[in-house]
Design a protein around this ligand. Structure first.
Ligand SMILES: [Zn+2]
Ligand SMILES: [Zn+2]
Length: 95
C-alpha cells in the first residue's frame, strides 16, 4: 500500500474539480483545485499561473477580473478629458 501514498505536499485527498483526478494545484483565479490536464498556464506579470479550464472559458487567459476592462475604459476617458483640459489651458495661456 505504500505506493499509493501521494508524493509531495498538500492534502492526499485533493481532487480535481473537473475530472476527479488527483489535483496538482489551485486555480489562480477561483482557487478550485485542478489537475494538470484541466488547467492552462497563463502569464500574470513576472510569473506563470495555472487557470482552470472553467476560468479560461469564462474570462480568457488573464488574471484580470471582469471589472478591470471597465476601469481601463474609465481611465482612458479621464485621460482624454485631462488632455483636452490641458490643451484648452495652454491655448488660453498662449493667447
Ligand atoms: Zn482534471
Ligand atoms: Zn478557476
Amino acid at each position: 500500500m505504500a505506493g499509493l501514498i501521494p508524493v509531495g505536499g498538500g492534502a492526499p485527498d485533493a481532487r480535481c474539480k473537473l475530472c476527479g483526478k488527483t489535483a496538482s494545484g489551485p486555480c489562480a483565479r477561483c482557487r478550485a483545485l485542478v489537475c494538470a490536464d484541466c488547467c492552462e498556464l497563463t502569464e500574470g506579470g513576472a510569473s506563470l499561473f495555472a487557470l482552470c479550464l472553467t476560468c479560461v472559458k469564462r474570462g480568457g487567459r488573464t488574471l484580470l477580473p471582469a471589472w478591470a476592462g471597465f476601469v481601463g475604459w474609465l481611465v482612458l476617458v479621464i485621460g482624454v478629458l485631462v488632455a483636452v483640459a490641458a490643451v484648452v489651458y495652454v491655448l488660453r495661456v498662449a493667447s
